[in-house]
Design a protein around this ligand. Sequence first.
Ligand SMILES: *Cc1c(COP(=O)(O)O)cnc(C)c1O
Length: 477
Amino acid sequence: MHDAVDRIARRFRETTRPFSGASRAELQSLVDAVDLDGPGRGTAAAVLEADTLFAEHAVWFHHPDYAAHLNCPVALPAVAAEAVVAAVNASLDTYDQSTVGTLMERHLVDWVTARIGFPAGDGIFTSGGTQSNLQALLVARDHALATAEPLPGAPDALRRLVILATASSHFSVQKSARILGLGDDAVVAVATDSSGRMDPAALRDALDLCRASGSVPMCVVATAGTTDRGCIDPLAPIADACDATGTWLHVDAAYGCGLLVSPTRRHLLDGIERARSVTVDFHKSFFQPVSSSAVLVRDPADLAPVTWYADYLNPAGSEEPNQVDKSIQTTRRFDALKLWVTLRALGADRLGEMFDEVVDLAARAHTMVEDDPDLRLVGRSQLSTVLFRYQPAGLTDADADALVPLVRRVLFQSGRTLVAKTVVDGRPCLKLTLLNPESTDTDVRRVLDVVRGAASALVEEARMLAPVPALEAEVVL
Ligand SMILES: *Cc1c(COP(=O)(O)O)cnc(C)c1O
């Protein structure tokens, strides 16, 4: 253990870029060279291999030149707790396997539900936002099926269920719909305003249309922090529309949940307390190691559809608090300890300030991009993403679009700077997700400079290959 800690600490001290830049072929041959049927080589050698094979080529989310996906650097108290979690290896399915851990998890769930504004709420830790969304949609589905009025001559109720979300909602909503047996077109995209936020008037129309056409609105999914734009759907007007029609409101706050502890921005989540279920992802905006997520409900009875009793585990009528009664997992890690230790070490306010710091940094990054004649900002974010393109005067939209994947790939291959790409309103763009509270304006400027340098080199290269007219040639590049 000490050896592993020393090695990883050295990596953190000495790593100078977010990725080694090794090619996939190179990494594949390193992995293929390992014979898993070979004799044991001892813990020291195996730990060394974890360092030289894995850590050497891992992607380092703490590095200020990592600005790609929704991965946060982790709070050290949580890393220390992770070692305790793994070593004790409690399983939180039943009380007799975790005892005080069960009580600590429940205390933490109560803390989160209080922050949301569910005074009598309940919930459970899960493996991630995808599982949290799946479980929320599962219980919403069962509620809809239990309450849907039969429609003579219509297909069975399951096929009539509809989930209303925006095109910017997370893809786990679609995946859940499929897993839950809904029709392929069950997720209906509600129109948005120009920044990608759900339009409440369009939601009311969509709910009316559902009913008129014999569909059953199973659930409205509002996203509090979209993965790309970091936008928060207008929760209170959406809750009004749901209340007026008796529709289940699920708020996916996988990204925006950090606002629950923000000393300055908690109001951005106003209305979340009117949801019936909420997803939070502590491994997105609470600086927790993967996995750490939870699904919360306003009414504890709503978790009942996942309850099943087994004589060997959680017999019916048991008086012990068996968390498995509320989970779709059985054996389950004590991930809650990581958040517990983090809260006790830093305090909720400090955690919230850390999230505020990355949101503030992103706001300044938006201005940097706007002020840069070579870059174009693709809308502002309410959280910590920065969407932009390299497009100096004279470069057509088509060329700017074609450059996006090329720039991202060149940077990835260099290992120096990692950025993401996505598509907004039908056009590709580059994306920074800033989640490192220690990153500075200088760090962001350096990332933008590297992007600009790579993009202009690609344009030059295309012009040299096909001097005039260069435009199509750039696309071919
Ligand atoms: C990341 C994300 C999810 C999925 O969470 P995982 O932890 O990756 O499973 C769901 N919803 C939103 C809005 C997200 O950003």
